[in-house]
Write a protein that binds this ligand. Structure first.
Ligand SMILES: [Ca+2]
Ligand SMILES: [Ca+2]
Length: 278
């Protein structure tokens, strides 16, 4: 059974890698990038249980192989690094009780409006909603710049749903949504907006898949596999939910009788055979 599970897990991982590669291939040539933390890496989507807190980050990128073309007073060149983002972002798919929290600017300067939270939105629509990085000397080549980080706190609502974090407003009035330092500037200090005739903007959004309850998925990765089995065994050895070293909430007590015993193992075993959460 273990080998079968390993093969199935490897197949799922292979499909995921192919999907991620396809997303990266489609990311030419510049734009905004939203990512979520899956516990070990930044990625474009996560699968979590209701009530979870999901970390996310927001930044801007350009493809070094086809960077945006920019004209400044020094001439026409290509992007070297992000100068400034102006605009706001949002989440689509929030239900009552879902909200943003702990949004922190990580780029070197900006206006407080950039990280103001209002319902499902972050940032304002005026030109004051911006984040910048300032250089006083030569600009290092930097194809990605993180602008802020934050968290989505999910309501306990257990209905399956998808939340997408994406851009809301890009630029304000005559102010461009993104500007970059240009390679045409003698001291690499001038910046400009990408030209319309150059490579196009393509934002990369992030999705949070909220799944139906799956009590045996102790590490909330959408699968019931050996990782969960290891967590179950630890709780099984402790046995009593009141034992000080028992994980908070005693999640391995699947029939809620305050001990982790063979009855719970039988329940876990059925979920383990199914591998995937419903
Ligand atoms: Ca799991
Ligand atoms: Ca039990």
């Amino acid at each position: 059974m273990r080998n079968r599970i390993r093969l199935r897990a490897a197949g799922a991982a292979g499909a995921l890698v192919a999907m991620v590669v396809a997303c990266i291939d489609a990311s030419a040539a510049w734009g905004l990038k939203f990512e979520v933390w899956n516990g070990s890496a930044w990625t474009s989507s996560v699968n979590v249980a209701a009530g979870s807190v999901v970390k996310f980050r927001f930044g801007a990128y350009f493809d070094a192989d086809s960077p945006p073309v920019i004209t400044t007073a020094d001439g026409t060149g290509t992007a070297q690094a992000l100068t400034r983002f102006t605009g706001s972002n949002r989440a689509i798919g929030f239900v009552a009780g879902d909200f943003f929290q702990n949004v922190v600017r990580t780029i070197s300067s900006g206006n407080p409006a950039l990280i103001q939270i209002a319902g499902n939105r972050i940032g304002g629509t005026a030109v004051t909603s911006f984040g910048s990085q300032l250089f006083l000397a030569d600009v290092p080549f930097e194809t990605y710049k993180q602008i802020y980080t934050g968290e989505v706190r999910l309501s306990p609502d257990t209905s399956s749903r998808i939340i997408e974090i994406q851009n809301n407003t890009f630029g304000s009035g005559n102010t461009a949504g993104l500007t970059f330092y240009s390679s045409a500037s003698l001291v690499n200090k001038q910046s400009g907006a990408p030209q319309a005739g150059g490579p196009g903007r393509l934002d990369i959004t992030a999705t949070i898949q909220v799944t139906a309850p799956c009590p045996s998925d102790f590490n909330h990765d959408g699968l019931v596999n050996e990782s969960d089995f290891i967590l179950f065994v630890i709780s099984y050895q402790h046995m009593l939910c009141s034992f000080p070293a028992m994980p908070a909430g005693c999640p391995a007590d699947l029939n809620a009788d305050t001990i982790v015993d063979d009855v719970d193992f039988t329940i876990f075993g059925h979920a383990y055979d199914e591998l995937e959460c419903p």
